[in-house]
Design a protein around this ligand. Structure first.
Ligand SMILES: *[C@@H]1O[C@H](CO)[C@@H](O)[C@H](O)[C@H]1NC(C)=O
Ligand SMILES: *[C@@H]1O[C@H](CO)[C@@H](O)[C@H](O)[C@H]1NC(C)=O
Ligand SMILES: *[C@@H]1O[C@H](CO)[C@@H](O)[C@H](O)[C@H]1NC(C)=O
Ligand SMILES: *[C@@H]1O[C@H](CO)[C@@H](O)[C@H](O)[C@H]1NC(C)=O
Length: 506
């Protein structure tokens, strides 16, 4: 998902050039013959796809061959067990991380409803908000602290925590204590100012002077995902695809009747029905030249010949997804009857797919986000592709911790660049979070668009797609969690009609 902070300056009416001017295909072919031909062609295509897959790996055919199925999650009780396992495994990595960033301890202090951002990635599975004042101290488990629990946790409403903490600091003489006071990176800036003041006054100058801001500690902790999470992330992604395949079909959309907002709310209900939640309102729009940036086409009745776009994500098991797909509403009238999306649209999608390949090819761990961006934009230029890239980490949060590749997300403050009118003006260099390094064992949302001129509409459309990828340790590369969109979802009114015929009594 992208948070657009600018108004759209394009005030063109949204539904101009709505009509394709395609040559008539003639409607004289009988349906049953057509159905048989389609089946035949599909089988041929499948064989062809398989042959390509076998020949060159999955690189050129990453659109899943099978329709997605809904993958229900286990019971809440079972989910809590799974999440607690992940949480234990993740916090067990903190001592090594502290050593990596030359810190002796990591101190958080928070009150119920004013939690440190990190709380949500360290809390027990059956914990929700923090209680009273909850002080958490992680340490390196070095010789002197080896026998202490890690983290040490105080749930305090008497002030006892401060004398305990002073005694602990005296005993172990911590030299570098990380507190989350970063001014730009949300994940490393979750210590509320009131708590910071209390820490300073209760611990005094001697210990407060040993506080350090070490933002990559928080970033790396939050961003790093575990091998055991991937099978569950795959389930979530397949459920997302199942929703897309159902929502973008004749089962849900009635051209001329269903609105983009109806469809948004259908997705919201569907997410709830699957016992998942979301982190952003599903946004459906009818894509026209003016649809981006801004909200053009999000309050429309869906018509035949429309290109539809969705941007949505789900949340489950503490993981988040973020996906953008495109659909095409087939024309079904006699003169311009269609069986598939027009070639010009397929070409636009192919360009966007090519951009995904380019980004993957440049996404080496250890480069900065801006480096990956620069190299990808250069390669696009060589290939004559125009578009924009705005990839972001994902996982514990929809817009996760780590280096962004392209335009910044909402958690970035934009401090020091106030003279620019908005994030959309950062297509080629992102300060601070674009300068972070790409980390392995993380998830990325590959979010981008390719411009493509669609002759029939006399419009340059942004082909906007987004797919989630994970780091693969075996191949040392990024892979899509569940393939990627290479074909339009098709909404075909005739299928709804033939369904109603089949339920007639013989
Ligand atoms: C998690 O639960 C354990 C066991 O009840 C408790 O000792 C620990 O303090 C909890 N951790 C946090 C961060 O609250
Ligand atoms: C305690 O830590 C400070 C700061 O790192 C150091 O200068 C001092 O020598 C240490 N004291 C002891 C007794 O180790
Ligand atoms: C959602 O949860 C309810 C209540 O536990 C359960 O009955 C239902 O089967 C679940 N649905 C899915 C799709 O998992
Ligand atoms: C296509 O659009 C351009 C600019 O919007 C306009 O000048 C031109 O006349 C249009 N061409 C056709 C064939 O409609």
């Amino acid at each position: 998902m992208l948070l657009v902070t600018l108004q759209s300056y394009n005030t063109q009416p949204s539904r101009e050039f709505q009509h394709f001017d395609l040559p008539s295909r003639g409607a004289s072919v009988g349906l049953s013959f057509r159905a048989i031909m389609l089946l035949y062609i599909n089988i041929l295509l499948l064989c062809f796809d398989l042959a390509i897959c076998l020949a060159v790996g999955v690189k050129n055919g990453q659109h899943p061959g099978q329709p997605a199925k809904y993958r229900p999650l286990p019971s809440l009780r079972e989910q809590a067990k799974v999440e607690q396992g992940w949480r234990d495994e993740r916090i067990a990595k903190i001592p090594d991380l502290l050593r990596k960033y030359q810190a002796d301890a990591w101190l958080m202090s928070q009150r119920e409803h004013a939690e440190d951002t990190i709380w949500w990635s360290i809390k027990n599975a059956t914990a929700f908000d923090s209680h009273r004042r909850t002080v958490v101290l992680f340490h390196t488990k070095s010789l002197s602290t080896a026998k202490l629990p890690n983290p040490i946790v105080w749930v305090d409403n008497t002030g006892q925590v401060w004398s305990d903490l002073r005694a602990l600091f005296e005993e172990h003489n911590f030299s570098r204590v990380v507190v989350n006071t970063d001014q730009d990176i949300a994940f490393a800036g979750g210590l509320h100012v009131g708590e910071h003041d209390v820490l300073l006054s209760e611990l005094g100058e001697k210990w407060a002077s040993r506080f350090v801001n070490e933002p990559m500690l928080a970033v790396e902790y939050v961003a790093t995902q575990l091998d055991g999470q991937l099978p569950y992330y795959r389930m979530l992604q397949e459920t997302v695809w199942a929703m897309l395949e159902e929502g973008f079909s004749h089962k849900v959309v009635r051209p001329g009747i269903t609105s983009t907002e109806d469809l948004s709310w259908w997705f919201r209900e569907k997410i709830q029905e699957q016992n998942l939640t979301t982190w952003n309102q599903p946004r459906i729009s009818v894509l026209v030249e003016a649809s981006y940036p801004g909200w053009e086409g999000t309050e429309d009745i869906i018509q035949e010949g429309d290109i539809l776009h969705i941007d949505f994500g789900v949340t489950g098991l503490g993981l988040n997804t973020d996906t953008q797909h495109m659909a095409y509403v087939l024309r079904t009238d006699q003169e311009s009857s269609e069986e598939e999306a027009p070639d010009s649209l397929k070409e636009g999608l192919r360009k966007a797919n090519r951009m995904q390949d380019i980004v993957f090819a440049n996404m080496a761990v250890g480069k900065t986000g801006n480096q990956v961006l620069r190299e990808s934009l250069d390669q696009m230029k060589k290939e004559g592709i125009e578009g924009q890239i705005y990839c972001h980490p994902i996982g514990d949060w929809g817009h996760g911790a780590g280096a962004v590749i392209g335009r910044a997300c909402s958690f970035f403050s934009g401090r020091g660049i106030d003279h620019l009118p908005g994030f959309l003006n950062l297509p080629e260099f992102v300060p601070i979070i674009g300068e972070l390094l790409l980390l392995p064992h993380t998830y990325y949302s590959i979010e981008l668009y390719a411009y493509h001129f669609v002759k029939e509409r006399n419009e340059t459309i942004r082909f906007r797609i987004e797919e989630n990828a994970h780091w693969d340790d075996n191949s040392h590369s990024w892979l899509f969690v569940r393939g990627r969109q290479e074909r339009f979802h098709l909404i075909d009114k005739r299928k709804a009609m033939s369904n109603s015929l089949t339920v007639q009594a013989p």
